[in-house]
Design a protein around this ligand. Sequence first.
Ligand SMILES: Cc1cc2nc3c(=O)[nH]c(=O)nc-3n(C[C@H](O)[C@H](O)[C@H](O)COP(=O)(O)OP(=O)(O)OC[C@H]3O[C@@H](n4cnc5c(N)ncnc54)[C@H](O)[C@@H]3O)c2cc1C
Length: 479
Amino acid sequence: MLNHRQTKHIIIIGGGITGLSAAYRLFELGSEQNLLLDVTLIEARDRLGGVIHTIKQDGFLIDSGPDNFITAKPWALALTRRLGLESELLTTNASYRRAMVVRRGKLLPIPEGFLLMAPTRFVPMIATPLFSLPGKLRMAMDIFIPARKTNNDESLASFVTRRFGREALDRAVQPLISGIYTADPANLSLRATMPRFLDLESKYGSVIKGMRMEGKRQKAKGSGARYGMFVTFRHGLQTLIHSLKDRLNHVCFRLNTHVVRVEKRATDSAASSWRVELKDGTSIEADGVIITGPSKHAARLLTGVDEKLAEQLSTVQYASSAVIHLAYRREQVAHPMDAFGCVVPITERRNIIAASFSSVKYEGRAPAGHVLLRAFMGGALYPEMLQRNDEELIAAARRDLDDLLGITTPPLFALVHRWPDSMAQYHVGHLDRVAAIRKQLSRHKGLELGGNGFEGVGVPDCVRAGERAAEELLAGLDG
Ligand SMILES: Cc1cc2nc3c(=O)[nH]c(=O)nc-3n(C[C@H](O)[C@H](O)[C@H](O)COP(=O)(O)OP(=O)(O)OC[C@H]3O[C@@H](n4cnc5c(N)ncnc54)[C@H](O)[C@@H]3O)c2cc1C
C-alpha cells in the first residue's frame, strides 16, 4: 500500500484540460484514501486552459479554441457534475439543429437523417439536390454490399468509398469529418475515430441498416452531427477551467514556466526518482510525473529517459488550425442562418474548412440584434493557410462568408486565434501505435502520459485521459 504518512510529490506538466483533470483526480483520490500528496502543475503559458480559452469583447462571448463538448462520452459531463456546475450548462438551440454543406458555391442543407457518414432516412435523401441520382443509388448499395472479412485498420475514405461511393465522400463525409478532426479522411483511421461504423457493418452487414435499427431505439433527429448531445457553459468553456483552478487550492501552480527535459534518477528507495528541468536552468524533483498536451511535446521531453518511447510518441502526427471569429449586426447577414453552420468540401476550393453560427447554436454568444460567426482554417488539408498573416486570414474568411451568407459590409470586429500542432491526427494504425506506446511506458514507474494523442481528441476524452493518468500513477507508486 502507498505509505499514507509519507508525502509524495507529483508534477503535472501542462495546464490544459488534461493536466487539470489529472490534478483534480489526484485531489479526489488523495482525499478518499487519506494520502499525503504534494502536487505541482507547470504551465508554459501565463494562463491555464491550454486550447480552452474564453474571451469577452463588446458584449460577445468567444470561445477561441473548442466551443462545446459531447455528452455521449460521459467524462466531461461527469466532471461538470462533480464540480457542481451542471446548472451552468447550455444545450444547443433546439430550433436549428442541422448543418449545411457548400455545393457549387451555394449552401445546401445536409439531408435530414444523414449522420456523419450515412443516410438513415429515405425521403430526405430522395429530395436532396446534394447528390446525383447515380450517387444516391450508389449509397443505397450499402444495404447489399457484404461486410469486409478482414480485420485490418482502414482509412475513413476507403470505408466510405467502399460502402457508399466516391460522391458521398466528396460531397458530404469529407467536409463533415474534416470539420471535426481537421484531418484528411484518406489518412484517418476509422477504427480509432469512428469505430461505431465498423461495428454496424460487422453486426448488421450494412451501415444504413444498422443505423436505422439503432436509430429506432435512440430516435436520432437532425443531420450532420448529433447536436442534441453537445453542451457548453453559459459563460464559455473556461468556466470548467476556472472551477477546477478554484477547487485545486492545495496545488502549486507555476505559470510562465517551461519544462525542457524530464530525467529519471537512479536513486535509493527513499529519494525521489524523477527530475524535471525548467527553461530557467533550475529543476524540481518528484516521485511521479504526468506529461499532458500534444504527444510530440512529450516526445521531446523524454528523449533522455527512453529514446524508443520518444520515437513512438513522435509518430503521432498533429495538425495546426486557425479559428477566425467575426462579429456582425444581424441585418448585415442576408442569409436566414437557420442552421448551426456549414462545412466546405475540399472540391469547392475555398479558404475555410467550416463555419459555425455560434450565436445561433448557443444563446448568449452575441448581444441582441447581433451575430457571431466562427470560421475554421488550416488543418491537415490546408497546412499552408497557417503561413498567412492575420489580415490575410481574415480577408480569406470574409471572402468565403460574404459570398455564402450574402454579407456586403465589414464585420464589427474580427479575431484570429492560431492553434499550432494542437489537433492530433489518428492515422491508420493509430491503435497499434498507442498500444506500443502504453507497453513501452509501463517500463517507467512514476511516469504517465495524457492528452489528445492517444485515446480520443475531444474534451471528454482529455478529461478521461487526465483522470486515468492520475489513477495509474497512484496505482504505480502504490505497487
Ligand atoms: C481549435 C480547436 C477546436 C477544438 N474544438 C473542440 C470542441 O469544440 N469540442 C471538443 O470536445 N474538443 C475540441 N477540440 C479538441 C480539444 O479541445 C483538445 O484536444 C483538448 O482541449 C486538449 O487538451 P490538453 O490539455 O490535452 O492539451 P492543451 O490544451 O494543448 O494543453 C496543453 C498545455 O501544456 C502546456 N505545455 C506544453 N508543453 C509544455 C512544456 N514543455 N512546459 C510547460 N507547459 C507545457 C501548453 O502550454 C498547454 O497549455 C478542439 C481543439 C482545437 C485545437
